[in-house]
Design a protein around this ligand. Sequence first.
Ligand SMILES: [Zn+2]
Length: 144
Amino acid sequence: MRKCTKCSVWKKESLFSIVKHSVRNCKRKRHVYCLECKRAGAREWASKNYSPKAMRDWREKNRDKALLNWRITRASRRKREVSWADRKKIRSFYIEAARLTKETGIPHEVDHIIPLKGRTVSGLHHEGNLQILTQEQNRKKANK
Ligand SMILES: [Zn+2]
């Protein structure tokens, strides 16, 4: 049993997540917060730091880093882009997703059917590997 420092509830050891870098050292150190508190904290942090406004502010303050991040994203996408990909067709997916978002009010995104950076396979930035999903469907897919 172990007491969570946040909610002060005694819980089973297994309800505390293991600190990542401790696994390598064989000493399985566990977090001082229980899983529930840790998740709640992460959600709070994300809502604060991933809101469109917060991201914009961060970009404003960290222009050079933002530019670098964008360059990395673009470069890795280019690498996955094959010469036989049709740029116009690819762009039409993004235009269509934007149109659906506007018309239905439901956020739509362009999804790579086979992810660009999959664990076992890497997909291509090619029109044959694209589909339009609602943001919700896309998140569900990512969680699998
Ligand atoms: Zn807790």
